[in-house]
Design a protein around this ligand. Sequence first.
Ligand SMILES: Cc1ncc(COP(=O)(O)O)c(C=O)c1O
Length: 397
Amino acid sequence: MVKIPLFDMTRQYLKIQREIMEAIDNVLSSGRVILGENVRSLEEELSEFIGVKYGIGVANGSDALLIALRALGVKEEDYVITTPYTFFATASCIVRLGATPIFVDIDPDTYNINLRTVENILEGKIRVKVNDKTVSPKKIKAIIPVHLFGQTVDLEKLENLKRKYGLKILEDAAQSIGSMWIYDDGSMRKSGSVGDASIVSFFPTKNLGAYGDGGMIFTDNEEIADTCRMLRTHGAKQKYFHEVVGYNSRLDELQAAILRIKFKYLDEYTRKRIEIARNYSKLFETEGLSKIVRLPNFFDDQRHVYHQYVVEFENETVREHVRGKLLKEGIGCAVYYPLPLHLQRCFRNLGYKEGDLPNSERASKTTLALPIFPELEFEEQKMVVSTIADALKSLNS
Ligand SMILES: Cc1ncc(COP(=O)(O)O)c(C=O)c1O
Protein backbone atom coordinates (compact mmCIF):
# COMPACT_ATOMS: atom_id res chain seq x y z
CA MET A 1 0.00 0.00 0.00
CA VAL A 2 1.28 3.49 -0.84
CA LYS A 3 1.62 5.51 2.35
CA ILE A 4 3.48 8.48 0.94
CA PRO A 5 3.21 8.97 -2.80
CA LEU A 6 5.99 10.46 -4.90
CA PHE A 7 3.39 12.88 -6.24
CA ASP A 8 -0.27 13.36 -5.28
CA MET A 9 -2.56 15.30 -7.56
CA THR A 10 -5.74 14.78 -5.58
CA ARG A 11 -4.69 16.58 -2.39
CA GLN A 12 -4.28 19.78 -4.37
CA TYR A 13 -7.38 19.22 -6.44
CA LEU A 14 -9.59 18.90 -3.37
CA LYS A 15 -8.47 22.34 -2.20
CA ILE A 16 -9.34 24.07 -5.48
CA GLN A 17 -12.15 21.79 -6.63
CA ARG A 18 -14.87 24.44 -6.62
CA GLU A 19 -12.85 26.91 -8.70
CA ILE A 20 -11.79 24.21 -11.16
CA MET A 21 -15.33 22.93 -11.64
CA GLU A 22 -16.56 26.46 -12.24
CA ALA A 23 -13.84 27.06 -14.83
CA ILE A 24 -14.69 23.80 -16.63
CA ASP A 25 -18.37 24.66 -16.57
CA ASN A 26 -17.67 28.11 -18.03
CA VAL A 27 -15.79 26.59 -20.96
CA LEU A 28 -18.44 23.98 -21.68
CA SER A 29 -21.24 26.54 -21.39
CA SER A 30 -19.42 28.85 -23.80
CA GLY A 31 -19.35 26.15 -26.47
CA ARG A 32 -15.80 27.23 -27.43
CA VAL A 33 -13.51 24.28 -26.71
CA ILE A 34 -10.71 24.77 -29.26
CA LEU A 35 -8.30 27.74 -29.09
CA GLY A 36 -10.66 29.97 -27.17
CA GLU A 37 -10.32 32.79 -24.67
CA ASN A 38 -8.58 30.67 -22.04
CA VAL A 39 -5.74 29.57 -24.31
CA ARG A 40 -5.24 33.15 -25.44
CA SER A 41 -5.31 34.53 -21.90
CA LEU A 42 -3.00 31.84 -20.54
CA GLU A 43 -0.53 32.59 -23.35
CA GLU A 44 -0.54 36.24 -22.30
CA GLU A 45 -0.35 35.56 -18.57
CA LEU A 46 2.49 33.08 -18.78
CA SER A 47 4.57 34.99 -21.31
CA GLU A 48 4.34 38.03 -19.04
CA PHE A 49 5.30 35.88 -16.04
CA ILE A 50 8.35 34.49 -17.82
CA GLY A 51 9.30 37.87 -19.25
CA VAL A 52 8.92 37.42 -23.01
CA LYS A 53 6.48 38.77 -25.58
CA TYR A 54 4.79 35.66 -26.97
CA GLY A 55 3.37 32.37 -25.68
CA ILE A 56 2.01 29.67 -27.98
CA GLY A 57 -0.01 26.91 -26.33
CA VAL A 58 0.48 23.45 -27.81
CA ALA A 59 -0.61 19.88 -27.06
CA ASN A 60 2.33 18.88 -24.84
CA GLY A 61 5.93 19.72 -23.98
CA SER A 62 7.33 17.25 -26.52
CA ASP A 63 5.47 18.93 -29.38
CA ALA A 64 6.53 22.31 -28.00
CA LEU A 65 10.18 21.26 -28.40
CA LEU A 66 9.62 19.89 -31.90
CA ILE A 67 7.68 22.91 -33.15
CA ALA A 68 10.02 25.46 -31.57
CA LEU A 69 13.17 23.76 -32.87
CA ARG A 70 11.70 23.63 -36.35
CA ALA A 71 10.71 27.29 -36.10
CA LEU A 72 14.34 28.08 -35.19
CA GLY A 73 15.30 26.65 -38.57
CA VAL A 74 16.91 23.36 -37.49
CA LYS A 75 16.83 20.81 -40.29
CA GLU A 76 18.66 17.85 -41.82
CA GLU A 77 22.46 18.09 -41.77
CA ASP A 78 22.37 20.32 -38.68
CA TYR A 79 23.84 19.33 -35.34
CA VAL A 80 22.24 20.27 -32.03
CA ILE A 81 23.99 20.11 -28.65
CA THR A 82 22.04 18.80 -25.70
CA THR A 83 22.33 16.83 -22.46
CA PRO A 84 21.97 13.06 -22.24
CA TYR A 85 20.60 13.30 -18.70
CA THR A 86 17.03 14.37 -19.38
CA PHE A 87 13.66 13.11 -20.51
CA PHE A 88 13.68 11.53 -23.97
CA ALA A 89 11.71 14.35 -25.66
CA THR A 90 14.63 16.79 -25.32
CA ALA A 91 16.60 14.79 -27.87
CA SER A 92 13.89 13.09 -29.90
CA CYS A 93 12.79 16.46 -31.33
CA ILE A 94 16.25 16.85 -32.89
CA VAL A 95 16.12 13.45 -34.59
CA ARG A 96 12.49 13.94 -35.68
CA LEU A 97 13.67 16.95 -37.70
CA GLY A 98 16.39 14.87 -39.36
CA ALA A 99 19.17 16.65 -37.42
CA THR A 100 21.78 14.99 -35.20
CA PRO A 101 22.19 15.39 -31.44
CA ILE A 102 25.59 15.94 -29.86
CA PHE A 103 25.39 14.85 -26.23
CA VAL A 104 27.50 16.85 -23.78
CA ASP A 105 28.07 15.53 -20.27
CA ILE A 106 26.55 17.14 -17.18
CA ASP A 107 28.12 19.04 -14.32
CA PRO A 108 27.82 16.57 -11.41
CA ASP A 109 26.99 19.39 -8.96
CA THR A 110 23.79 20.44 -10.75
CA TYR A 111 23.02 17.59 -13.20
CA ASN A 112 22.73 20.25 -15.90
CA ILE A 113 24.73 20.36 -19.12
CA ASN A 114 28.28 21.60 -18.61
CA LEU A 115 28.39 24.91 -20.47
CA ARG A 116 32.20 25.08 -20.24
CA THR A 117 32.41 21.88 -22.28
CA VAL A 118 29.90 23.35 -24.73
CA GLU A 119 32.09 26.42 -25.15
CA ASN A 120 35.20 24.30 -25.69
CA ILE A 121 33.37 22.40 -28.42
CA LEU A 122 32.26 25.61 -30.10
CA GLU A 123 35.83 26.95 -29.86
CA GLY A 124 37.13 23.77 -31.50
CA LYS A 125 39.19 22.94 -28.39
CA ILE A 126 37.29 19.69 -27.94
CA ARG A 127 36.69 17.71 -31.11
CA VAL A 128 33.39 15.91 -31.35
CA LYS A 129 32.85 12.73 -33.30
CA VAL A 130 29.32 11.52 -33.95
CA ASN A 131 28.49 8.56 -36.12
CA ASP A 132 32.21 8.23 -36.95
CA LYS A 133 32.33 11.73 -38.41
CA THR A 134 34.18 14.66 -36.87
CA VAL A 135 31.72 17.52 -36.48
CA SER A 136 32.82 20.96 -37.53
CA PRO A 137 31.67 23.58 -34.97
CA LYS A 138 30.21 25.50 -37.92
CA LYS A 139 27.61 22.77 -38.40
CA ILE A 140 26.33 23.14 -34.85
CA LYS A 141 23.14 25.09 -35.29
CA ALA A 142 21.59 25.10 -31.85
CA ILE A 143 21.77 24.06 -28.23
CA ILE A 144 18.94 22.73 -26.06
CA PRO A 145 19.90 23.19 -22.40
CA VAL A 146 17.56 21.61 -19.85
CA HIS A 147 16.92 23.25 -16.48
CA LEU A 148 16.73 19.88 -14.81
CA PHE A 149 14.71 19.17 -11.67
CA GLY A 150 13.80 22.89 -11.43
CA GLN A 151 17.31 24.35 -11.36
CA THR A 152 18.41 26.67 -14.16
CA VAL A 153 21.68 26.38 -15.99
CA ASP A 154 23.83 29.51 -15.64
CA LEU A 155 21.62 31.84 -17.69
CA GLU A 156 24.27 34.55 -17.90
CA LYS A 157 26.77 32.12 -19.41
CA LEU A 158 24.06 30.85 -21.75
CA GLU A 159 23.34 34.36 -22.97
CA ASN A 160 27.06 34.97 -23.52
CA LEU A 161 27.31 31.79 -25.60
CA LYS A 162 24.38 32.93 -27.71
CA ARG A 163 26.02 36.31 -28.29
CA LYS A 164 29.51 34.99 -28.94
CA TYR A 165 28.76 32.05 -31.22
CA GLY A 166 25.46 33.09 -32.82
CA LEU A 167 23.91 29.69 -32.30
CA LYS A 168 20.21 29.26 -31.60
CA ILE A 169 19.14 28.47 -28.08
CA LEU A 170 16.00 26.52 -27.21
CA GLU A 171 15.58 26.30 -23.44
CA ASP A 172 13.87 23.16 -22.21
CA ALA A 173 12.17 24.64 -19.15
CA ALA A 174 9.68 21.75 -18.91
CA GLN A 175 10.60 21.24 -15.24
CA SER A 176 11.58 24.74 -14.20
CA ILE A 177 8.74 27.25 -14.47
CA GLY A 178 9.44 30.16 -12.09
CA SER A 179 13.13 29.35 -11.53
CA MET A 180 15.57 32.24 -11.72
CA TRP A 181 19.21 33.16 -12.10
CA ILE A 182 20.77 36.25 -10.57
CA TYR A 183 23.29 37.94 -12.88
CA ASP A 184 26.58 39.44 -11.74
CA ASP A 185 25.05 42.94 -11.92
CA GLY A 186 22.25 41.86 -9.53
CA SER A 187 19.53 41.66 -12.17
CA MET A 188 17.36 38.57 -12.30
CA ARG A 189 16.13 36.47 -15.22
CA LYS A 190 13.67 33.62 -15.26
CA SER A 191 14.37 30.35 -17.01
CA GLY A 192 12.71 30.46 -20.39
CA SER A 193 13.48 34.13 -21.01
CA VAL A 194 17.01 33.90 -22.41
CA GLY A 195 16.84 31.56 -25.40
CA ASP A 196 15.58 32.36 -28.89
CA ALA A 197 12.70 30.20 -27.75
CA SER A 198 11.84 28.12 -24.71
CA ILE A 199 9.23 25.58 -23.71
CA VAL A 200 7.36 24.38 -20.65
CA SER A 201 5.34 21.22 -20.13
CA PHE A 202 2.02 21.06 -18.30
CA PHE A 203 2.21 17.29 -17.74
CA PRO A 204 0.17 16.68 -14.55
CA THR A 205 3.21 16.13 -12.32
CA LYS A 206 4.90 19.37 -13.37
CA ASN A 207 5.03 22.41 -11.05
CA LEU A 208 2.26 23.95 -13.13
CA GLY A 209 0.45 20.78 -14.15
CA ALA A 210 -2.76 20.33 -16.11
CA TYR A 211 -5.23 17.48 -15.66
CA GLY A 212 -4.01 16.00 -18.91
CA ASP A 213 -1.35 16.97 -21.46
CA GLY A 214 -0.31 20.47 -22.45
CA GLY A 215 2.70 22.61 -23.24
CA MET A 216 3.72 26.10 -24.27
CA ILE A 217 6.41 27.74 -26.40
CA PHE A 218 7.80 31.16 -25.46
CA THR A 219 9.71 33.65 -27.57
CA ASP A 220 10.43 37.33 -27.95
CA ASN A 221 10.63 37.02 -31.71
CA GLU A 222 7.43 37.71 -33.64
CA GLU A 223 8.47 35.69 -36.67
CA ILE A 224 9.25 32.62 -34.56
CA ALA A 225 5.93 33.03 -32.73
CA ASP A 226 4.02 33.24 -36.04
CA THR A 227 5.79 30.14 -37.37
CA CYS A 228 4.96 28.20 -34.19
CA ARG A 229 1.31 29.24 -34.41
CA MET A 230 1.24 28.12 -38.03
CA LEU A 231 2.93 24.79 -37.28
CA ARG A 232 0.47 23.95 -34.48
CA THR A 233 -2.44 24.20 -36.94
CA HIS A 234 -1.25 21.96 -39.79
CA GLY A 235 1.04 24.62 -41.22
CA ALA A 236 -1.87 26.89 -42.12
CA LYS A 237 -1.94 30.64 -41.50
CA GLN A 238 -5.36 30.81 -43.04
CA LYS A 239 -7.68 27.85 -42.46
CA TYR A 240 -7.44 25.22 -45.23
CA PHE A 241 -4.50 26.99 -46.93
CA HIS A 242 -1.26 25.28 -45.95
CA GLU A 243 2.14 26.96 -46.22
CA VAL A 244 4.01 23.90 -44.95
CA VAL A 245 3.13 20.47 -43.58
CA GLY A 246 2.64 21.08 -39.87
CA TYR A 247 0.98 19.32 -36.95
CA ASN A 248 -2.29 19.21 -35.07
CA SER A 249 -0.97 20.38 -31.73
CA ARG A 250 -3.12 22.84 -29.84
CA LEU A 251 -3.37 23.41 -26.12
CA ASP A 252 -6.79 22.20 -25.06
CA GLU A 253 -9.17 24.97 -24.00
CA LEU A 254 -10.33 23.01 -20.93
CA GLN A 255 -6.75 22.45 -19.81
CA ALA A 256 -6.00 26.14 -20.35
CA ALA A 257 -8.96 27.08 -18.12
CA ILE A 258 -7.68 24.68 -15.43
CA LEU A 259 -4.13 25.99 -15.75
CA ARG A 260 -5.30 29.58 -15.33
CA ILE A 261 -6.76 28.66 -11.93
CA LYS A 262 -3.63 26.79 -10.91
CA PHE A 263 -1.36 29.58 -12.15
CA LYS A 264 -2.86 31.91 -9.50
CA TYR A 265 -1.32 29.60 -6.89
CA LEU A 266 1.99 28.92 -8.62
CA ASP A 267 4.07 31.24 -6.42
CA GLU A 268 2.55 29.73 -3.29
CA TYR A 269 3.16 26.19 -4.59
CA THR A 270 6.76 27.09 -5.44
CA ARG A 271 7.39 28.55 -1.98
CA LYS A 272 6.04 25.33 -0.47
CA ARG A 273 8.35 23.23 -2.63
CA ILE A 274 11.35 25.30 -1.55
CA GLU A 275 10.32 24.93 2.10
CA ILE A 276 9.93 21.17 1.69
CA ALA A 277 13.36 20.92 0.06
CA ARG A 278 14.96 22.86 2.92
CA ASN A 279 13.16 20.67 5.45
CA TYR A 280 14.52 17.55 3.76
CA SER A 281 18.05 18.90 3.90
CA LYS A 282 17.68 19.77 7.60
CA LEU A 283 16.23 16.34 8.37
CA PHE A 284 19.15 14.62 6.62
CA GLU A 285 21.52 16.76 8.66
CA THR A 286 19.72 15.92 11.91
CA GLU A 287 20.00 12.23 11.10
CA GLY A 288 23.74 12.77 10.52
CA LEU A 289 23.36 11.72 6.91
CA SER A 290 24.28 14.87 5.04
CA LYS A 291 27.81 13.56 4.39
CA ILE A 292 26.67 10.07 3.32
CA VAL A 293 23.74 11.17 1.20
CA ARG A 294 24.52 13.86 -1.31
CA LEU A 295 21.86 16.56 -1.15
CA PRO A 296 20.88 19.16 -3.75
CA ASN A 297 22.92 22.35 -3.60
CA PHE A 298 21.39 25.63 -2.49
CA PHE A 299 23.18 28.28 -4.52
CA ASP A 300 22.77 31.94 -3.63
CA ASP A 301 22.67 33.07 -7.24
CA GLN A 302 19.54 31.23 -8.20
CA ARG A 303 16.01 30.24 -7.30
CA HIS A 304 15.63 26.47 -7.61
CA VAL A 305 11.94 25.50 -7.84
CA TYR A 306 12.38 21.85 -6.85
CA HIS A 307 10.35 20.07 -9.45
CA GLN A 308 12.21 17.13 -7.96
CA TYR A 309 14.21 16.71 -4.77
CA VAL A 310 17.00 14.39 -5.85
CA VAL A 311 19.57 12.82 -3.56
CA GLU A 312 22.59 10.76 -4.49
CA PHE A 313 24.15 7.67 -2.92
CA GLU A 314 27.65 6.26 -3.01
CA ASN A 315 26.92 3.70 -5.71
CA GLU A 316 24.17 1.78 -7.46
CA THR A 317 24.04 -0.99 -4.84
CA VAL A 318 23.32 1.48 -2.05
CA ARG A 319 20.80 3.38 -4.17
CA GLU A 320 18.94 0.19 -5.07
CA HIS A 321 18.94 -0.98 -1.45
CA VAL A 322 17.42 2.34 -0.30
CA ARG A 323 14.96 2.39 -3.17
CA GLY A 324 13.81 -1.15 -2.36
CA LYS A 325 13.34 -0.30 1.31
CA LEU A 326 11.33 2.88 0.55
CA LEU A 327 9.04 1.05 -1.86
CA LYS A 328 8.57 -1.80 0.62
CA GLU A 329 7.47 0.73 3.22
CA GLY A 330 4.97 2.29 0.81
CA ILE A 331 7.03 5.40 0.11
CA GLY A 332 7.18 6.59 -3.47
CA CYS A 333 10.54 7.32 -5.10
CA ALA A 334 11.86 7.25 -8.64
CA VAL A 335 15.01 7.15 -10.73
CA TYR A 336 15.29 10.06 -13.16
CA TYR A 337 16.75 8.77 -15.48
CA PRO A 338 17.88 5.14 -15.42
CA LEU A 339 19.58 5.13 -18.85
CA PRO A 340 21.16 8.30 -20.23
CA LEU A 341 20.09 9.14 -23.76
CA HIS A 342 23.45 8.53 -25.46
CA LEU A 343 23.15 4.85 -24.46
CA GLN A 344 19.56 4.37 -25.62
CA ARG A 345 19.08 1.70 -28.25
CA CYS A 346 17.35 4.10 -30.66
CA PHE A 347 20.46 6.32 -30.72
CA ARG A 348 22.94 3.46 -31.29
CA ASN A 349 23.74 4.77 -34.74
CA LEU A 350 25.32 7.88 -33.18
CA GLY A 351 28.20 5.71 -32.01
CA TYR A 352 28.29 6.58 -28.29
CA LYS A 353 29.46 3.90 -25.87
CA GLU A 354 29.52 3.38 -22.13
CA GLY A 355 32.17 5.55 -20.48
CA ASP A 356 31.83 8.41 -22.99
CA LEU A 357 29.80 10.66 -20.67
CA PRO A 358 30.72 9.44 -17.18
CA ASN A 359 28.93 12.04 -15.04
CA SER A 360 25.57 11.29 -16.66
CA GLU A 361 26.17 7.56 -16.47
CA ARG A 362 27.07 7.78 -12.81
CA ALA A 363 24.06 9.97 -11.94
CA SER A 364 21.72 7.49 -13.60
CA LYS A 365 23.04 4.80 -11.26
CA THR A 366 23.24 6.76 -8.00
CA THR A 367 20.42 9.32 -7.84
CA LEU A 368 16.96 8.93 -6.35
CA ALA A 369 14.02 11.37 -6.40
CA LEU A 370 12.03 11.60 -3.17
CA PRO A 371 8.37 12.63 -2.69
CA ILE A 372 7.85 16.34 -3.26
CA PHE A 373 4.64 18.26 -3.97
CA PRO A 374 3.25 21.35 -2.24
CA GLU A 375 0.84 19.45 -0.01
CA LEU A 376 3.42 17.01 1.39
CA GLU A 377 3.31 17.05 5.22
CA PHE A 378 6.34 17.55 7.44
CA GLU A 379 5.51 14.31 9.30
CA GLU A 380 5.65 12.47 5.98
CA GLN A 381 9.04 13.97 5.20
CA LYS A 382 10.30 12.78 8.58
CA MET A 383 9.16 9.27 7.73
CA VAL A 384 10.91 9.37 4.34
CA VAL A 385 14.22 10.44 5.89
CA SER A 386 14.04 8.03 8.85
CA THR A 387 13.28 5.16 6.45
CA ILE A 388 16.37 6.07 4.43
CA ALA A 389 18.40 6.27 7.66
CA ASP A 390 17.18 2.77 8.65
CA ALA A 391 17.98 1.41 5.20
CA LEU A 392 21.53 2.77 5.38
CA LYS A 393 22.02 1.42 8.91
CA SER A 394 20.83 -2.05 7.90
CA LEU A 395 23.28 -1.97 4.98
CA ASN A 396 26.21 -1.22 7.29
CA SER A 397 25.33 -3.71 10.02
C1 LIG B 1 12.89 17.88 -19.44
C2 LIG B 1 11.63 17.54 -20.16
N1 LIG B 1 11.52 17.86 -21.46
C3 LIG B 1 10.40 17.61 -22.14
C4 LIG B 1 9.32 17.00 -21.57
C5 LIG B 1 8.13 16.66 -22.40
O1 LIG B 1 6.94 17.16 -21.94
P1 LIG B 1 5.55 16.41 -22.17
O2 LIG B 1 5.51 15.22 -21.29
O3 LIG B 1 4.53 17.44 -21.84
O4 LIG B 1 5.49 16.03 -23.62
C6 LIG B 1 9.38 16.68 -20.20
C7 LIG B 1 8.22 16.12 -19.46
O5 LIG B 1 7.88 15.04 -19.35
C8 LIG B 1 10.57 16.93 -19.49
O6 LIG B 1 10.68 16.60 -18.20
